[in-house]
Design a protein around this ligand. Structure first.
Ligand SMILES: Nc1ncnc2c1ncn2[C@@H]1O[C@H](COP(=O)(O)OP(=O)(O)OP(=O)(O)O)[C@@H](O)[C@H]1O
Ligand SMILES: [Mg+2]
Length: 347
């Protein structure tokens, strides 16, 4: 391959690999060295399929480019590397017709783009969830007044006092549902934003959960105690962390290990806003993992893996986090589920 094209590739910000006809690497530019975190002298002469793992999509893109003798672009490629594990990339494969024919591969990292798209989707979803919950709460609240009133009238007419036990159940449950519906209808009404220490929030959650499950549950703290206070609603944040931790304890049937971790995050973009600093809270359990069929929808209202679950815990958690301009995400596999809550700090 002549030096002229190679020289101009040196300065590109796009990661470029040049391959010979046997798919051996003849050149990679500095951007590719950065992306894959490997020096070119370690790779020259090696077949791309030896260098990377999970190469099915790459192999397919190269085949398509050669077969059509034209550029082939794969917009969402997963490629495994030794330094990073899996990378999400956009890859263009182009056949080259210099004196030595070969292939040019160009890679763009799209993890950030995907993250932004996910955040946008989550924002839309939170708004849709909020609307659905409000409508639902409204529809439930109205007949509750009627049910309660009828139970009171019935109670006055009852001859056997022992039967009051039943009317009291109706009245108390109607009251409980009414207060739950009021919370859903006016989630902002009681919101009070003030300086909140995230460790006080987590310590409260820890003591509540340990009081509920004194045996078999081990809660490990891994706190960065130098974190500053954030501005938020302490009660809401306790509810967020409690809902996540309770899900973990339920999944582990009360027995297992939960790590509560706090860290600082720098220069992050959350829901289209750039923040210099944010607090990252991770809640990690060693339970069975989130069932695969639920993973895409656990933040939707009324989605639950338990017969007696309401499917509201994570919906509310997401709503409260978004009221703090933060984000909530998870990664889950059997033996490890990690919920990450990012809460921006004042700039
Ligand atoms: N750490 C976890 N490990 C395994 N599964 C989980 C975990 N966290 C959440 N899930 C799954 O996600 C589902 C939805 O959780 P969510 O808190 O929204 O509702 P719920 O716990 O079913 O009901 P509730 O409204 O009472 O909280 C759970 O039912 C469970 O199947
Ligand atoms: Mg729950």
């Amino acid at each position: 391959m002549s030096d002229a094209p190679i020289l101009s590739l040196e300065y590109l910000s796009t990661a470029v690999l040049l391959l010979d006809v046997d798919l051996r690497i003849v050149y990679l530019n500095p951007a590719a060295e950065n992306l894959f975190e490997v020096g070119s002298k370690n790779l020259i002469g090696l077949n791309v399929q030896q260098v990377f793992v999970h190469t099915d999509q790459l192999a397919c893109a190269m085949q398509q480019a050669v077969a059509s003798n034209a550029s082939y672009i794969e917009h969402d490629m997963i490629l495994g590397t030794h330094a990073h594990g899996k990378l999400h990339l956009r890859c263009a494969a182009t056949p080259l017709q210099f004196e030595q024919p070969g292939l040019m591969l160009e890679f763009h990292l799209i993890d950030r783009t995907l993250k932004l798209a996910r955040e946008e989707q989550m924002l839309d979803q939170t708004q849709a969830n909020r609307l659905l919950l409000r409508n639902l709460a409204h529809e439930i609240k109205n007949p509750l007044g009627g049910i309660r009133g009828a139970a009171q009238l019935l109670e006055q007419e009852l001859e056997k006092p022992g039967l009051r036990e039943y009317t009291q159940v109706i009245i108390q449950e109607a009251d409980r549902l009414r207060s739950l519906m009021e919370k859903l209808l006016t989630p902002q009404s009681g919101t009070r934003h003030s300086a909140v220490n995230i460790h006080e929030v987590l310590e409260r959650v820890r003591s509540v959960v340990l009081a509920e499950l004194p045996e078999g549950l081990h809660i490990q703290r891994d706190y960065d105690l130098s974190l500053p206070d954030l501005i938020g609603d302490k009660e809401q944040l306790i509810q967020v962390m409690l809902n996540i931790v309770r899900n973990a304890t339920q999944a582990m049937q009360g027995k297992g290990r939960i790590i509560l971790r706090t860290r600082i995050a720098r220069q992050i973009t959350l829901i289209r806003r750039r923040h210099r600093l944010a607090i990252l809270v991770q809640i990690i359990d060693n339970g069975p993992g989130i069932p695969a069929e639920l993973r895409d929808k656990i933040f939707y209202p009324l989605v639950s893996g338990h017969a007696d679950g309401h499917g509201l815990g994570l919906t509310l958690a997401q709503d409260f986090v978004s009221q703090h301009h933060g984000s909530i995400e998870f990664e889950s596999e059997p033996g490890k589920t990690c919920f990450s809550v990012m809460l921006p700090l004042p700039n």
